[in-house]
Design a protein around this ligand. Structure first.
Ligand code: HEM
Length: 404
């Protein structure tokens, strides 16, 4: 058995000072594809090992299979299917996907294009007369929030309430009891309870009512897998609400930043709007919103790159590092929308592959194309911009731009 210790790089990656540019640290980390940390957890950072392990049936997403529990995991309520293993995962994922795709409502995402364009246009209309625009607050955040609220059936005007809860929950994703205050844990647990209670209240109104939103469909749908319990619906709605906007905001913001840093590509996109499809794919590789999956558990001993990871170990998956691995991608630090063979890890891989991909792609394609078409000589005010605290869901907290 080979055990490779490389405990010093991860703390530097997690430190806020690396948020604007963690990529050189990822390159260092990849020298040790499976890096054992001081607390006994393992960090995986190379493309081959990441894809291998994401498809390994001995890898669990269920916190109960960790020998060292994640702080507060018990108190956060029934896990959603992103944190559950087969066969339960598969049943819940199938049920949640029913309203999204064929054969039930084949056009859900493609049919949304006119509505998405209208929301984007309205937000850009509101830029008029503003000297300085914050791409996050004025655009990249309100857009996917409006969309996911509408899809789920969550009142848009409740956003200020759930925004605070969601922030506290995201803060917990990379919670470290050694360095983080206990208050952060308590806030996150309370926020999880509050958000669930709020969604439970919305669900209560949906039973027995025909309706078009996801909550109503989940409450009343009787497919081949039966129906979700109320607790399962609340956990699923919780996952969809958070996953449905906290990631896309970063893709749109990272995309705007990347275009402003690559003016020739921006100009090309203006002339060739179809470039947006491969361009968004390249963004998911080059500046992805999800940088890491903070933990998975080994069901049994797993061998990765000659290292035996013992049963019950915590495993951290550095997706953004894998998508910049030079053994998989030619010239990986170059933003190249013409790149062929772009199987990035932006949406994960394996059984938990993101099922919001088609929606997130469409939202980002429309948002960036409209911005590029309508902004007049946009300029960044500060580069790098200030970043949100999370090393897991990474993106600017504000992105101020000025235009002529
Ligand atoms: C799972 C990324 C948007 C719903 C995932 C995973 C990643 C990801 C990396 C895998 C997590 C894991 O393996 O543990 C993203 C990115 C997005 C995005 C980068 C935007 C750019 C969305 C949207 C929705 C969504 C818009 C819903 C409408 C989900 C769900 C899962 C998931 C339900 C769990 C799937 C499962 O466990 O089977 N996402 N996501 N995501 N995503 Fe997304």
């Amino acid at each position: 058995m080979t055990t490779t210790k490389a405990p010093d790089i991860l703390p530097r990656i997690l430190d806020y000072s690396s948020r604007a540019d963690p990529y050189p640290l990822y390159a260092e980390l990849r020298k040790t594809p499976v890096a054992l940390q001081e607390d006994g957890s393992y960090v995986i950072s190379t493309y081959r090992e990441l894809t291998g392990i994401l498809h390994n049936p001995h890898l669990s997403s269920d916190v109960r299979n960790l020998s060292r529990p994640i702080p507060g995991a018990e108190e956060r309520g029934t896990p959603s299917f992103i944190n559950i293993d087969p066969p339960e995962h598969d049943r819940l994922r199938r049920l949640a996907m029913r309203p999204f795709g064929p054969p039930h409502t084949p056009g859900l995402v493609t049919g949304m294009e006119p509505d998405l364009t209208a929301i984007v246009s309205g937000l850009i209309d509101d830029f008029a007369g503003k000297e300085r625009i914050d791409i996050v607050d004025d655009f990249a955040y309100p857009f996917p929030v409006t969309v996911i609220c509408h899809l789920l059936g969550v009142p848009r005007e409740d956003e200020p309430r759930f925004h605070l809860w969601v922030n506290a929950i995201i803060d917990l994703l990379a919670y470290d009891p050694k360095t983080d205050p206990k208050e952060k844990l308590d806030n996150g647990i309370q926020a999880s309870k509050d958000l669930r209670q709020y969604l439970g209240g919305l669900l209560e109104q949906r039973h027995g009512r025909p309706g078009d939103d996801l909550l109503t469909r989940l409450a009343n749908d009787d497919g081949p897998d039966g129906r979700m319990t109320d607790e399962e619906i609340v956990s699923t709605a919780n996952l969809l609400l958070i996953a449905g906007h906290e990631t896309t905001v970063n893709l749109i913001t990272n995309g705007t930043l990347t275009l402003l840093r690559h003016p020739q590509v921006l100009q090309r996109l203006r002339n060739e709007p179809d470039l947006i499809v491969p361009l968004v794919e390249e963004l998911l590789r080059y500046e992805p919103p999800v940088h890491m999956i903070p933990w998975r558990a080994a069901y049994s001993d797993i061998t990765v790159a000659d290292t035996v990871i013992p049963k019950g170990s915590q495993i951290m998956l550095m997706l953004a590092s894998g998508s910049r691995d030079p053994d998989r991608f030619h010239d990986p630090d170059r933003f190249d929308p013409d790149r062929q063979d772009n199987q990035h890890l932006g949406f994960g891989s394996g059984i938990h592959l993101c099922f919001g991909g088609p929606l997130a792609r469409l939202e980002t394609q429309i948002a960036l194309n409209e911005l590029v078409r309508r902004l007049d000589r946009p300029r960044l005010v500060t580069d790098p911009p200030p970043y949100r605290p999370s090393p897991v869901l990474r993106g600017p907290i504000h992105l101020h731009i000025e235009q002529s």
